[in-house]
Ligand binder design. Sequence first.
Ligand code: TXA
Ligand code: MG
Length: 362
Amino acid sequence: MLTAMSSDSCSGSGSGSGSGSSAVEQAAQALMRGELVAFPTETVYGLGADAANPAAVARIYAAKGRPSNHPVIVHVAKPEDIKSWCSDIPDQAWRLADVFWPGPLTLILKRHPDVDAAVSGGQTTIGVRCPSHPVARELLTMFAELKQQANGVRAGIAAPSANRFGRVSPTRAQHVRSEFDDLAAQGMPILEGGDSEVGIESTIIDLSSVGSGGEPALLRPGAISAEQVAAVLGQAVIGHQASSPRVSGSLKAHYAPSTPLALCQPDERSEKVSVWLAAHVGEGRLALLTRDPDRVAPSTRVLVIGMPGDALAYGQALYATLRELDEMGVASAIVENVPNEPAWAGVRDRLIRAAAAFEGDR
Ligand code: TXA
Ligand code: MG
């Protein structure tokens, strides 16, 4: 399960040096100046900016190449801080916050009328999350203190995942450096926080209409399942509706590596591998991602990559493995799908979206 990391292991590797202040402190100061900062969270690394500064938020969109109507999540130091970002907060939000925060859950609520629309892509709702990673918490707390000293009304860090639009989210500081080598060269602070413990993005639950009789809705599955959320609320959570607000993570083709990737059922494995090998003679090796590597016949043209049998461990390993595929120079990859069960919903969703990016290619 999710365990807290020691902050001792998170040294931080900020830009400037020699001031005697910590990397986290320097990053908080950079945020105050309207600059971008990459930081670890327990889900994936985020590309952060002062959420109350529209010019700083615009820098995130420019860096990612993300359409400006896609909202970003505002990260806060403490659950009660959402009061300055949201209005009409329903009781359901506080119940979920009590159980799951700090942690990998994002809530969509009504945007506070004083909050600039840029942060939520022009929508009347806003995504908020209180992350649990110790470095994220330290950064958020320090940033909130600096904001208060500067008489700021609200403190929050707007942060999407620190990857270019449509690409695999980063789960290590090194992934962020390779995605944004240009910004890293310009001195953007990239805080070190080890491997992300959850490894896939937060579960998103939309509570923005429960105050007016609507139902809680799952917008993006993650490590916290819709069933866990429903159990806390004592109320059903509906699936993603066509009328739901824009969520880039809900685009069909998303979270994709460069290596072409296809999904198969475990019992189709041998057939799919044989068909690929026959159709791509002389085109290099095929990677096979399987939770059952011992049952695959050895072959020089098939690189067998064993994946964890447990859903949380699989989620933790997934994006780093997809990035490694790109580095290993395999021609293509076949991934055995995971069980259609609540605990696997987040991983399954990411695998389906990664494969969707290549549908039509084959
Ligand atoms: O785990 C996470 O959530 C990570 C870490 C950094 O916190 N962040 C993340 O951000 O995954 P991003 O921007 O890559 O994905 C956030 C998703 C997007 O699909 C966005 O459209 C959706 O949340 N979102 C944010 N605010 C929303 C809103 N007001 N209504 C609907 N969707 C929203
Ligand atoms: Mg993302």
